[in-house]
Design a protein around this ligand. Structure first.
Ligand code: NAD
Length: 293
């Protein structure tokens, strides 16, 4: 029932795209990686080399496997070059107009049986699929960050996704040595549907003065055995991303329980987006993270 997939096109060479190229090449798929930015492609290759070298250093990957994986990755600035691949994973910026334009530009160059997927965290798979010529061969392929480390991949069926497409993607996840969770196409799928309201509630707990940043994170680490506190995790994900996902839940499910906390909005308005801007619920500019509230 599954299609034989050998070549994979990855669109977008940011933190997710380079991780996806990395794990696919290690699993012996040929990978073609594209981006609109030449610098992003160069940075992605350097990042993949560094991350593979770290895995070699820890004894998790052999030197030969690293060399072979790097040889399987090619980069291009031309999106049509991905047309002859068996499976395309779109991992570009989380904006619907960007993703739609990518699929539109790619369509005339595709083989008839190429499977199209998106790594989107929140945009409707059914809506993205409906604007292509192959909604039955379209689905969500949602990796977690950081891709080489996290075990789960959510596979999201749009309303039209056929069984062969699902089984083909599931076989790819199996070859990666990762675990697939099947999710239906409703706002934020499974992981973020559950995780983001918890993070948002942690921000409300801070906003209402129930606890400080430190006591909230410590409570969930020591009291619920979470490896990271919810505010620390929010900083890692990016507060803009957290807010965007809460807005998708709020708009898509029309339930006030998904109302983004005004304090989360305020941090995003300040440009305090977490680790990537060196300030969020913690300040990362010194030697140790210091709570900002
Ligand atoms: P990022 O900003 O690190 O990378 C996005 C890349 O897309 C950039 O290099 C950008 O130059 C490129 N890009 C933009 N427009 C393009 C186009 N038209 N063609 C080709 N490349 C283009 O973002 P990211 O964190 O890697 O996220 C990418 C996708 O993965 C998003 O859909 C996001 O929702 C999803 N995702 C992110 C996470 C996370 O924790 N960051 C987790 C799971 C899924």
């Amino acid at each position: 029932m599954a299609k034989d997939i050998r070549t994979i096109g990855v669109v977008g060479a940011g933190q997710m795209g380079n991780g996806i190229a990395h794990v696919m090449a290690l699993a012996e798929f040929d990978v073609m990686l594209t981006d609109v930015s030449e610098q992003a492609l160069k940075d992605a290759v350097t990042q993949i080399e560094n991350n593979l070298a770290r895995q070699v250093g820890r004894g998790k990957v052999s030197q030969e496997a690293m060399t072979a994986a790097l040889a399987r990755i090619s980069t291009t600035l031309s999106l049509p070059d991905l047309g002859q691949t068996d499976l395309v994973i779109e991992a570009a910026t989380e904006r619907e107009s960007v993703k739609q334009a990518i699929f539109e530009d790619l369509l005339p160059h595709l083989k008839p049986d190429t499977i199209l997927t998106s790594n989107t965290s929140s945009i409707s798979i059914t809506r993205l699929a409906s604007r292509t010529d192959r909604p039955e061969k379209f689905m969500g392929f949602h990796f977690m960050n950081p891709v080489p480390v996290m075990q789960l991949v959510e596979l999201i069926r749009g309303i039209a996704t056929d069984e062969e497409t699902f089984q083909s993607c599931k076989t790819v996840v199996d070859k990666l040595g990762k675990t697939a969770a099947s999710a239906e196409d409703f706002p934020a799928f499974i992981v973020n549907r559950i995780l983001m309201p918890m993070i948002n509630e942690a921000v409300y707990t801070l906003y209402e003065g129930v606890g400080s940043v430190k006591s909230i994170d410590q409570s969930m680490k020591l009291g619920a055995n979470h490896p990271m506190g919810p505010l620390e995790l929010a900083d890692f994900i990016g507060l803009d991303t957290c807010l965007a996902i809460m807005n998708v839940l709020h708009d898509g499910l029309a339930d006030t329980k998904y109302r983004p906390c005004p304090l989360l909005t305020k941090y995003v308005e300040a440009g305090w987006l977490g680790r990537k801007t060196e300030r969020g619920f913690y300040d990362y500019r010194g030697d140790h993270p210091v709570p900002t509230r």
